[in-house]
Design a binder for this molecule. Sequence first.
Ligand code: 26Q
Length: 825
Amino acid sequence: MNETAFKTPAADATVSENLVETLKAEIIRKLTFSLGKNPSVAQPHDWLTAVILAVRDHVIEVWQRSTRESYQTGRKRVYYLSLEFLIGRSLADALNNLGLTGPVAQAMSELGVDLAAIETIEPDAALGNGGLGRLAACYLEAMASTGVPALGYGIRYDHGLFKQRIEAGKQVEIPEDWLSFRNPWEFERRESSYQIGFGGAVAGTDKPGEVIWTPQETVFAVAYDTPIVGWRGRDATTLRLWRARALHPLSLDAFNQGDLVGAVAERNRAEAISKVLYPNDSTPTGQELRLRQEFFFTSASLQDLVRRHYRQFGTLENLPDKVAIQLNDTHPALAVAEMMRLLMDERGFTWEEAWTLTNGTISYTNHTLLPEALETWPVALMERLLPRHMQIIFGINARFLEGVRRSAGGSKVDLAGISLIDEQHGRRVRMAHLAFVGSHTVNGVSALHSRLMQETVFAPLHAIFPDRITNVTNGITPRRWLLSANPGLTKLLREVCGDGVSDDITQISRLAKHTGDASLHERLRAIRRDNKLKLAHLIRQDTGVSIDPDALFDVQIKRIHEYKRQLLNILETIALYDAIRSEPYRDWAPRVKIFAGKAASNYGTAKAIINLINDVATVVNNDITTRDRLKVVFLPNYNVSAAEVIIPAADLSEQISTAGMEASGTGNMKFALNGAITIGTLDGANIEIGERVGEDNIVIFGMTAEQVEAAKRNPRPPEDVIRATPHLEGVLDAVASGAYSPGERDRYQGLVAGLRANDWFMVLNDFESYRLAQRRVDALWADQGKWWRSSVTNTAHCGWFSADRSIREYAERIWHVPASPAAKG
Ligand code: 26Q
């Protein structure tokens, strides 16, 4: 936003004495006067808070100027509504973006404290499950880096995603408690609090069309703001999270009658809304509390942005010119009905006027096509909890269906297929349909996914609105996932591609001239080895397993889900283990199989897969015949901070979802940018990675999305597939008979019986193709010159997957707000 850039030193600037002295004084001041601690007795957590508070002041300078400017210029603003923001740690990111990493590290070191060690005690803010939540965090940072005025809206959960422990090979969930020692990054905004109603009744008035909703229950939403600073501290965006508070913290009546539990009942019921993140990354739970969360944050956010807009412009007529609301999946889809309600019931607009403003303002991103993952809510529940919204949804549906019927003339349209109400499964509201019809633009997150949206789930709606669905392929912020996570590689890139590469990541393509340079390969190998040593240290510390930094690090890290096929990976690992044991004298390339990821607490199959990986690890890691060839590791408690250590250390990136099921993937981009080779299916963004790096530099295997579709319609009996696939029968028998679970021989009978009954995820069907692909990986690894040429090519061609590029696409094609040009230096 600001051309006269805020002056912070460039990331590589020689650290000026003056600056270091100033920072030291600032840190000591915070320690002394904000924490009341003398340096001689300060604990690591005191130092952490003191540094955060000192750095925060620099962030706030940027934030206030950036916010003021966007307000004064009256620019259009983006409101990103998301139930999840998977932020991770903030200190290193803020330092990196402000160019203060070096100076603060030096200041701390002169104070006798190791900054890197202090950074690791910052809690990892896990207000999200996985890809969708991390995408929201990357996009807030990218909007701050590309000068797109933006505010992210979500919920300030007391408890983020559960922590995972592995006990006796099994996942155990531990409650997360990131706020237990206060959060120095946030600011409570008492003046920004809104009443959110639930239940009650709707009545007409004397005035035709006028409606009054009298909720039975009301809670407060109170805002907490966190600044997200962009690259070089040029701008900052705001993450505004809502906390639920009771209107009446204590019922005096109940209290005076001695009913102490009853006295706090209302408070408990209200505060439950922002207590905990739903730990589900795909299948909706259908629980009432979830719907309350969805309405709570949607209503608070819309009330807030409407109020802000009205204050600034004195009218709501120009809402679409000044406001773009992006729905991150259907979780905030009630925004369509809530915006209509606010405009009609509270601001007096007619239905038609309100609809034009609503539709002109809202757009929706879809993140999944799995039918079981599409949100629907029972009409009866919605009627009870949100009676006015249910009326409005019926109104939208009636007008929509009537319009379609009229314009179809006599020809037949499948009205049941496009209706916002699913009448088949006991009357449910289809949230994706609501979001689709209420939005001016709907996007998928990779080219394949967006095409499949048009051809499958949304085909009937696409026929009616042929211009509505578009694609914006996901992106990742290169600041966190390359510059900050991989300083060794970054230093080399700046040398080879020029310093400008950190401002404009597309300049990373200059590396392509050097793909065959053997001395470059040597340097890259040394950088990777350093990163692998760090990961080996973490693995040793958290699992007790020692691994060889010169082995091939083969990594699959993501939520555990059948469609992501960790099961395929571990079954192939067993086949490899058998093969090494049958031919121990062959020169097998040493490999470490690294897994990490959480399973939803109620997802039995995913938990069994975690158990199997750990059981296989125990057997393999204790076998002296395979000792220096194969290790299997399950690193517990995968989170953003773990990813930052794992990704720069990976040689091989496992992206092996059943084709057609992974909407995009974003881990795939992080790995490729850091130079890992992908082994993957033709799914999601893997396809676009392959198009950029070239087919010689990615290892593709397995069925295509079309072949998967055909195989589901006309399945081959699993037993036929098993018989026709070498090694598979043996692997399945070993698992089913308890070879890896000697203490409980039938532990995996169910898992294997499931595969034998129905190969829905094509684990059996793709097994041989995957196994052969892994042998191609072996061959590539054996030729290190070739391997590093491929690695360099991956890094050189993956700058396109920057979140800055995604954000510019959204800004231009969907939000219609200007972003700063790519190479702004
Ligand atoms: C819904 C209702 C009730 C409880 C939980 C949920 C819920 C929560 C999270 C449903 C889905 C999610 C998360 C989905 C997700 O992360 N999808 C991923 O989004 C990424 C970003 O676009 C893609 O790269 C991944 O392919 C996609 O799986």
